[in-house]
Design a protein around this ligand. Structure first.
Ligand code: FRU
Length: 490
């Protein structure tokens, strides 16, 4: 049965989206159908396609009672919208709604969603008790029925000291032993984060197994939105820590993103951390989820926004977009990212300039645009090299390689923003004087991949799309090759 709340959301989104024309959106990044989008949810393969749900408030461009929006794609770049999948319509999710979670295809072909239901118990004295519990819904890829046995995991199963409020964001997978597993974020008594592991034979009845990882107040506070998988022989745990303390340029203040890399023994469900790193050094990258592609690649998508700016940048018609899908790999204990190769099919024109000597700001024929995939290889940088883009007389965003300090810096402070939030972020690079940069623009965003993808910087931009200039300059001179692929944006 489709609830009244879900029917209302479906009617509203179908009607309201008519007011948004495609050119008011990114060309190939998924953006909120209407209203507000945050975390990717339920990223999975189901019946031969990628399904992606997301945290969704259809009614306002600000966070509110959480629904799950739904989209489907063959390449993670062209998205078809499906009707809203979940609305807060049950006693166990009618507080703040249906929080983040994940999805899996069951052996009988049905689609299982696991999400966090947020319940508020209001008392006569005005006090409110909040509970976060894990709940299930089963469907056919369009319509989902919440199970009568919900919630399937509540605070009574938690280890001692764990908060009944901060227990959320399940991620599911099927182990190689045929047993389902889920990791769920939890807040222990020390106020930081821990990731709990649960198991199930049928994906419906779950039991607590152990703590898979503990923050112990090292990296921010609560770790939200865990994802766990093995990749290139390593166990990889992705988490989104709240309230990180900055240690620039290695680590940035605010809500962040961390990969913990180590060994994983499936037989004993033991993850032993060997190291950790920031995944993306930009301002706008949070709550990432991954999916295994049919060819074995592990693909990752994140929410391309930041909680700290939500009140300063309300979208007029929609708020929130996802990053590009990225192929991830682990080499020598480090996580690398590359844009998913599917993006190459969007290329509609290519311009190349080789052996260009750069000193003062120079523009190159054919090198401009706001939907572009640009590859730059620079050599002989003795001081610094800068590429400016989304540029006109009033606006620019710059990406600078500082060979003296060994830093790559993305700076959107002249991008047209009128707000005083963070506009500049750096990541550590080598000081060799040579660097490769891949810069992907899609109207309202830039994603930078450094070198082999050992570092990335992601930011959203408010610059008018008419500002489409690109220029290059180098203090002390440099030589570069530039290839610009224009990406389809009709
Ligand atoms: C992360 C998060 C999740 C939660 C969701 C609520 O961005 O706070 O922990 O499930 O957003 O919308």
């Amino acid at each position: 049965m489709i609830s009244e709340q879900l029917l209302k959301a479906r009617a509203y989104e179908a009607d309201k989206e008519q007011e948004i024309s495609p050119d008011e959106r990114p060309a190939y990044h998924l953006s909120a159908r209407v209203g507000w989008m945050n975390d990717p949810n339920g990223l999975c393969r189901y019946q031969g396609k990628y399904h992606l749900f997301y945290q969704y408030n259809p009614y306002r461009t600000q966070w509110g009672p959480m629904h799950w929006a739904h989209a489907v794609s063959s390449d993670l770049l062209h998205w078809e919208t499906l009707p809203c999948a979940l609305a807060p319509d049950q006693p166990y999710d009618n507080g703040a709604g249906c929080f983040s979670g994940n999805a899996i295809e069951l052996p009988d072909g049905r689609h299982l969603l696991m999400y966090t239901g947020v319940r508020f118990d209001k008392h006569e004295d005005g006090k409110v008790d909040e509970y976060q519990t894990q709940c299930l819904a089963i469907g056919d890829g369009v319509d989902y029925e919440k199970l009568d046995c919900n919630p399937v995991l509540d605070h009574t199963v938690l280890p001692e000291g764990a908060s009944k409020i901060d227990f959320r964001d399940p991620k599911l997978w099927l182990g190689s032993d045929g047993v389902y597993r889920a990791v769920v974020a939890s807040r222990p008594a020390d106020g930081s984060g821990q990731i709990l592991l649960f198991k199930s034979e049928d994906a419906i009845h779950w039991r607590y197994v152990k703590k898979l990882a503990e923050n112990r107040c090292r990296l921010g506070r609560m770790w939200e939105c865990p994802d766990f998988f093995t990749l290139d022989g390593k166990g990889v745990l992705l988490v989104s820590p709240q309230d990180m303390v900055g240690d620039e340029p290695r680590c940035h203040a605010g809500n962040g993103n961390i990969a913990l890399i180590g060994s994983y023994d499936e037989a004993t469900d033991t993850f032993t951390e060997e190291g950790h790193q920031v995944i993306d050094d930009g301002t706008d990258f949070y709550a990432m989820q991954t999916v295994l592609a049919p060819d074995g690649r592990r693909l990752m998508i994140a929410w391309m926004q930041n909680w700290d700016i939500q009140e300063h940048l309300p979208g007029e018609k929609w708020f929130g977009q996802m990053t590009l899908p990225r192929e991830i790999s682990v080499k020598n204990g480090h996580l690398y990212q590359q844009p998913a190769r599917e993006i190459e099919a969007l290329r509609v024109g290519t311009v190349r300039h080789s052996g260009v000597k750069v000193t003062k700001a120079v523009e190159l024929p054919g090198v401009r645009g706001r939907c572009a995939d640009m590859e730059i290889a620079v050599e002989g940088v003795t001081d610094s090299f800068t590429v400016a883009f989304a540029q006109d007389a009033q606006h620019k965003t710059t990406l600078t390689y500082d060979a003296l300090r060994g830093l790559v810096t993305l700076d959107r402070s002249a991008s047209g923003t009128r707000r005083a939030f963070v506009h500049t972020r750096s990541c550590v690079a080598d000081k060799s004087g040579s660097i490769r940069l891949r810069v992907i623009l899609d109207r309202n965003s830039v994603e930078v991949f450094v070198g082999e993808g050992e570092k990335t910087l992601t930011m959203t931009l408010v610059t008018p799309v008419t500002a489409d200039g690109i220029s290059f300059s180098a203090e002390g001179g440099a030589a570069m090759d530039v290839t610009l692929h224009e990406l389809a944006h009709e």
